[in-house]
Design a protein around this ligand. Structure first.
Ligand code: SF4
Ligand code: SF4
Length: 187
């Protein structure tokens, strides 16, 4: 015997009630009936939607500035910060006449996030010095093919006339930080 915790297992003879199984069956049915009258913890998704937190970290958006130009400058900091290596991008130089399209001289000609890799941690949002990427309250929809979960700029960049409000993610601490222009890296 290696320890004093060993236990001798004895096969106990069943009594009359145990042998007819009826008490155990009624006990099981009673548990089922009790659960039928309890508040349900599931919802009939997608007909019914569960209320989610206002700062839920869902599908990303690549923001445009107030004039409609893409804010992302393809610096790659979000990709470096991403623990899941879900972000890839290709940088390109802005050409003359494209000032209205891209805010900075460098922009992302390709920007992709693999939603199957993403763990929605929000580190890309925190790392971005240009306030270009935010997580939103939108849920990434289901799909059938793995490739369809790689979201490109067509799905990530907000439409000029359909802006996505991310102000709710600007917590009091973030807003307070932004008041100090000397600390701002996005002047
Ligand atoms: S939310 Fe996290 S895991 Fe998803 S892309 Fe951003 S940094 Fe990567
Ligand atoms: S989203 Fe932000 S951090 Fe990522 S490449 Fe663009 S500017 Fe850089």
């Amino acid at each position: 015997m290696l320890t004093n915790r060993s236990k001798v297992v004895v096969k106990k003879e069943m009594n009359f009630w145990e042998r007819i199984y009826l008490p155990a069956i009624f006990g099981g049915v009673a548990v089922t009936i009790k659960h039928m009258f309890r508040r349900k913890t599931t919802v009939r998704f997608p007909e019914a939607k569960r209320e989610i937190s206002s700062v839920w970290r869902g599908q990303h958006v690549l923001k445009r500035d107030e004039k409609g130009a893409e804010r992302c400058t393809a610096c790659g900091l979000c990709a470096v910060a991403c623990p899941a290596e879900a972000i890839t991008m290709t940088a390109a130089e802005r050409k003359k006449g494209e000032e209205g399209l891209y805010r900075e001289e460098k922009y992302a000609s390709v920007y992709e996030i693999n939603m199957l890799r993403c763990i929605f941690c929000g580190l890309c949002e925190e790392a971005c010095p240009k306030e270009a990427i935010f997580l939103t309250d939108r849920i990434v929809p289901t799909d059938f093919q793995r490739n369809d979960f790689v979201y490109g700029k067509d799905k990530l960049v907000e439409k000029v006339n359909e802006r996505i409000d991310v102000s709710v993610r600007q917590t009091p601490a973030v807003t307070e930080f932004k008041k100090h222009k000397s600390l701002s890296h996005n002047r």
